[in-house]
Write a protein that binds this ligand. Structure first.
Ligand code: LRH
Length: 472
């Protein structure tokens, strides 16, 4: 059949992009049309997203995509999870908060005073993350003023189509979906003082949300796994029944794809989550702080120097130093907020802030600490699900980081298959292409993954059996 084209908008917490995806019998390809930085912006009342800037980049990117490829048939949008915009009369009531804003701590206390975490997790199946949307709502007095609350990708879709919906994979990260039924738990929302009326109708990946305005081609906006991690998992070329995955960008989402959720005391105590995947699959995973540690460190150094840092060069020199004696816990809560990352990490390992000469070693410690946390989480996932993890697929920007991939293989004692780097955009494209009928609408995720493996063969990192220090 002919090669068909769609547009994917993929907004990550540190960068966003607009891609043209081309799909045919023997074709699966991405063309990057726009790439722009993203990150927390500090305002008088805390950390936010610059939603106007993002919206501007999305509009410009879509216009450019359609200019380059007028045959684009649909658009799909994904982004990081949990964050939302409150709408009233079609207007945003406020600039969306960033999930790293400290106000969520108040929300946690308020929610747990009404419903203890243990009961919450039985209802929504989620791990504890202080920024899960329901905690954010509990700390946001404006929720009561809203007509509707939409998560970030749904907000972009609403701007494009005028229709407010809640795509189900991302809705699962709000903490307000019933893990058994996949429907809104309105009773839970109301018990927490969140009007159920602000929760929009749920849609599934593959459904059409609406149509873009004429200036953007008057084409369908198709729901994809709008949670970036859900789209990324679609494009993991899982190679064995016991394969684990790591979707590694700002975060490292480490886990397994399951048919049914695991809602047990053991899973709760290990802080594992059951997020909703495409086609009703379960994303059984744990959030590990990922490349955020490195990007915030590099940002601090760039500020120090008043000049940009060459990341590939830094990582190459980090690979050349001898292995570090001490690691730190990548998930330490004090590393979550934006700020002086080198200072905080130095404090954790009992060292001074590194001078310029110490930067390669410092970067090495960060990468190895992330790898150690990845390996531990993969092992725990297998243990909880009763599977012997025999290979780890690492997708996302982290797949470019050879040092990280090798260290993860070494720590885990199993091979790491790295790539694709743009798994999220690919998952977004594939779900749209399936909805268009490119593979027959009953194509399974396995069918889609065969195409990914063929077009983007992963790079294998074999464990070296070296001994790696555990965090203090
Ligand atoms: C990764 C991600 C992750 C969420 C976090 C808020 O981008 O979507 O899955 O936990 O951001």
């Amino acid at each position: 059949g002919a090669v068909r084209a769609v547009a994917a908008v993929d907004l990550g917490a540190t960068s966003g992009r607009v891609m043209i995806g081309r799909v045919g019998d023997d074709t699966l390809a991405l063309e990057e049309v726009a790439r722009f930085p993203n990150g927390p912006v500090e305002r008088a009342d805390g950390w936010h997203w610059d939603i106007d800037a993002l919206w501007g980049h999305v509009r410009a990117g879509l216009a450019e995509a359609l200019r380059r490829e007028p045959a684009i048939e649909s658009v799909g949008i994904d982004s990081w999870a949990v964050d939302y915009g409150l709408l009233r009369g079609g207007e945003l009531l406020a600039e969306p908060f960033h999930y790293r804003d400290a106000r969520t701590a108040r929300g946690v206390d308020a929610v747990h005073a009404v419903i203890p975490f243990e009961e919450l997790s039985r209802r929504n199946g989620l791990q504890f993350l202080p920024f899960t949307t329901l905690y954010q709502y509990a700390a946001d007095p404006r929720v009561g003023e809203a007509e509707v609350s939409v998560l970030i990708p749904d907000l972009i879709a609403e701007r494009l189509t005028g229709r407010a919906v809640a795509e189900r994979t991302n809705a699962s990260t709000t903490g307000l979906l019933d893990v058994r039924t996949g429907e809104w738990d309105s009773a839970l929302a109301e018990a927490l003082g969140i009007p159920a009326s602000v929760l929009p109708p749920l849609v599934d990946p593959g459904e059409t949300i609406g149509e873009t305005p004429a200036e953007f081609g008057a084409i369908p906006v198709v729901a994809v796994g709008s949670h970036d991690t859900a789209s990324a998992i679609v494009a993991v070329p899982l190679s064995t029944p016991n394969a684990a995955y790591i979707s590694c960008g700002t975060w490292g989402l480490v886990g397994l794809e399951l048919a049914e959720p695991i809602v047990t005391d053991a899973a709760r105590q290990a802080n594992f989550t059951n997020e909703g995947g495409v086609d009703g699959r379960v994303r059984f995973l744990h959030n590990v702080t990922g490349l955020w540690l490195l990007s915030e460190t590099v940002r601090a150094w760039e500020e120090e120097d008043g000049a940009p840092i060459d990341l590939p060069l830094l990582l190459a020199s980090a690979g050349a130093v001898s292995p570090p004696a001490r690691l730190f816990d990548a998930n330490a809560p004090e590393l979550a907020a934006p700020g002086d990352m080198p200072g905080r990490i130095a404090a954790l390992i009992g060292a001074d802030r590194p001078g310029r000469a110490g930067r390669p070693m410092f970067a090495r410690i960060i990468v190895e600490s992330i790898a150690a946390a990845f390996a531990r989480a993969a092992r725990t996932a297998g243990g909880l699900a009763g599977r012997e993890v025999d290979v780890i697929h690492l997708v996302g920007g982290g797949a470019r980081n050879a040092l990280l991939c090798q260290a993860t293989a070494d720590c885990a004692g199993v091979s790491v298959l790295a790539g694709p780097v743009e798994a999220t955009a690919l998952g977004n494209v594939l779900v749209q292409a399936r909805a268009l009928g490119c593979f027959g609408t009953d194509a399974s995720l396995e069918d889609l993954r065969v195409r990914v493996a063929r077009a983007f063969p992963p790079v294998r990192y074999t464990p070296r059996g070296s001994v790696v220090a555990e965090p203090a």
